[in-house]
Ligand binder design. Structure first.
Ligand code: PEP
Ligand code: MN
Length: 339
């Protein structure tokens, strides 16, 4: 339920309404807009009629139901787009963000070379998995804490922000200690214990769409994180499984503007996992700008042929730099900017 306060509602009236919402067994979620405060009442109480009573409370302008199953992350509750702040970096604002780096953190040399290269090309965020969810148990599983330390060192040296995946609830604390943004991988999009745990983290979360997940399921997973206390969520379209086998996944580009109609959260496109093919990164990254995405996440490796994971979709540094130049020009045409 959405409780819209009058533009001249006092702080006391706002707090009174929040208190009533709690008394009815719901959780108040306050959104302070430029003109007025809107309070979302979310939860699984069956006292919706009580919430309707709030209509006659002091300072309340209107009470309307939220029709979508996801509430806090919906545009119904918050029509203005959200900006997720990572230190001085804004994701979801007018700047198109580029996250780039290797699939996995392998060695100090590999990571530092990539970090300096993507920084020089104009990326703002360094990606790299220290904990890897691999399809085969015999594949490289990641350097774990050692990898996190290398990422922190790369941040220190370049000033790039760090995004890295968290795979289990047990690792959440240590990953949150090092990362600027915690990534939830496609395979974990419906790991509800992990999503709840991330609700208690005070850092942004990059939530990747599950490979067989619907848009509604993605938004409900985002809602899990938000309703457990962390509304700093960034959505990521990374391709879904379809009958098509020519590409690793089918990058569902239409999902991006649709997500943007349904939710106020920022949206990032992953053309690397979305296609699995180096040659398709450039056109798909340009498409991400055209469809209004807030940024891209791209796999880059100094020597892709030697990569320990996802080599075939990783770009060598010179090609990444070339694509960045092209994206910069193209962003200008679309009245966006990269840096
Ligand atoms: C990754 O980012 O390297 C990764 C494992 O991605 P996804 O979860 O989308 O497959
Ligand atoms: Mn990868």
């Amino acid at each position: 339920m959405i409780i819209a306060m009058k533009s001249d509602a006092t702080e006391e009236q706002i707090q009174d309404v929040c208190e009533s919402i709690r008394r009815y067994g719901y959780k108040p979620h306050l959104i302070r807009g430029e003109e007025r405060v809107v309070i979302g009442a979310v939860g699984h109480g069956d006292n919706k009629d009580h919430l309707q009573n709030l209509r006659s409370s002091q300072g309340v302008a209107d009470v309307v139901p939220i029709l979508q199953p996801f509430k806090i992350v919906s545009r119904e509750l918050k029509p203005q787009k959200s900006i997720v702040r990572v230190g001085d970096l804004e994701i979801g604002g007018s700047r198109f963000i580029v996250m780039a780096g290797p699939c996995s953190v392998e060695t100090r040399e590999q990571l530092m070379e990539t970090a300096h290269g993507v920084k020089q090309a104009g990326a703002q965020v360094l990606r790299g998995g220290a904990y890897k969810p691999r399809t085969s148990p015999y594949d490289f599983q990641g350097l774990e804490v050692e990898g996190l330390k290398l990422l922190a060192e790369a941040r220190e040296r370049t000033g790039l922000k760090i995004v890295t995946e968290v795979v289990t609830t047990e690792d959440t604390e240590i990953v949150a200690e090092y990362a600027d943004i915690l990534q939830v991988g496609a395979r974990n999009m419906q790991n509800f214990a992990l999503l709840k745990r991330l609700g208690r983290v005070r850092k942004p979360v990059l939530l990747k769409r599950g490979m067989s997940s619907t848009i509604k399921e993605l938004l409900l997973s985002a809602e899990y994180i938000a309703t457990h206390g962390n509304d700093q969520v960034i959505l990521c379209e990374r391709g879904i499984r379809t009958f098509e086998t020519a590409m690793r996944n089918t990058l569902d580009l239409a999902a991006v503007p649709l997500l943007s109609e349904l939710s106020h959260l920022p949206i990032i496109v992953d053309p690397s996992h979305g296609t699995g093919r180096r040659s398709l990164i450039r056109p798909m990254a340009k498409a991400a700008i055209a469809i209004g995405a807030d940024g891209v996440i791209i796999e880059v490796h100094p020597r892709p042929q030697e990569a320990w994971s996802d080599g075939p979709q990783s770009l060598p540094l010179p090609v990444f730099a070339e694509i960045m130049d092209e994206l910069r020009r193209y962003a200008g045409v679309e009245s966006r900017y990269i840096n």
